[in-house]
Ligand binder design. Structure first.
Ligand code: ZN
Length: 155
């Protein structure tokens, strides 16, 4: 097994702090419907778009995606599942922590693709691999869905 090269984590510009920072905690495993989760991630993506534009205006090029920014994919913990609360972070918090769950990563990648590449993409909720009632976030587009977490380092 080859050792994966550690990606350098994107360095935060402290000036691009919290004016647009949004952190949403929701309950995906009990009463939240897929379209509600999708609406929450869309809101988070729009917030991230503001953050990315602000970074660009400050002269710092934000990463094209969470993976290139050195973010590791971390599934929600057992504790989060048990409490039924999963936290989805905005871009600033994600880069501060160095990891994100599927919703956090998709909300960033969608925003970056829209702002930096002018792509028509959106957060999409699909059934998760963890059994009935579990959900997973992927990137929707007119050409099909992509799951950015598949190629990401875990941890
Ligand atoms: Zn990238």
């Amino acid at each position: 097994m080859g050792r994966q090269t550690k990606k350098q984590r994107f360095q935060l510009d402290s000036r691009a702090g919290s004016p647009f920072e949004l952190r949403l905690t929701l309950n995906p495993d009990t009463d939240a419907e897929p379209h509600e989760l999708q609406a929450v991630l869309e809101l988070l993506a729009e917030d991230n778009e503001q953050w990315i534009r602000r970074m660009v205006n400050l002269g710092t090029e934000p990463p094209c995606c969470a993976s290139c920014g050195g973010i590791r994919y971390r599934e929600p913990s057992r504790g989060e599942h048990q409490r039924g609360l999963v936290q989805h972070d905005g871009a600033h918090e994600m880069f501060r922590k160095g990891h994100g769950n599927c919703g956090t990563i998709v909300a960033y990648d969608v925003a970056a693709a829209r702002v930096l590449e002018d792509k028509d993409v959106w957060p999409l909720i699909v059934p998760g691999p963890w059994g009935v009632g579990s959900w997973h976030a992927v990137i929707g587009s007119p050409h099909g869905n992509t799951d950015p977490t598949l190629k990401m380092e875990q941890g």
